[in-house]
Write a protein that binds this ligand. Structure first.
Ligand SMILES: [Zn+2]
Length: 125
């Protein structure tokens, strides 16, 4: 079995990022945060994940083609990637990723927290 090469963000005060809650693999930089709801966080891109093959694509309730997104280390289902979207929006369009907030932790520059992500305005600074 091959070795996993994981991308790691610096756990320093000037960095903010999201981690897998179950194994703490680094998953997304705050720079790639798009928006959030109470249960989901939308990202432009994520790292250290496995995206399901086309044969496993499925259609969600709004008829968008999506692929499951799994943590590369612990294999837990973290969210889904939008593959085909008829009516794109800022956060829901081809290539963006929707993550379940309860599956992630957030490095806020000081500690790992289990809370709402940073406001959108801050994310784009
Ligand atoms: Zn994990």
């Amino acid at each position: 079995m091959g070795r996993l090469y994981l991308i790691e963000y610096d756990q320093t005060p000037d960095k903010r990022f999201y981690l897998c809650r179950s194994c703490q693999t680094h998953i997304a930089s705050a720079q790639d945060f798009l928006s959030s709801t109470l249960v989901n966080i939308f990202f432009e891109k994520v790292v250290n994940v496995v995206i399901d093959d086309p044969v496993h694509y499925w259609r969600d309730l709004k008829d968008r083609t999506v692929a499951n997104v799994l943590c590369i280390k612990c294999n837990i289902l973290l969210g889904r990637k939008y593959v085909e979207v008829e009516e794109p929006t800022l956060e829901i369009r081809e290539g963006t990723i929707r993550m379940e907030q309860k599956k992630l932790l957030f490095w806020n520059g000081k500690v790992l927290v289990d809370e709402l992500p940073i406001p959108q305005s801050e994310a784009f600074v």
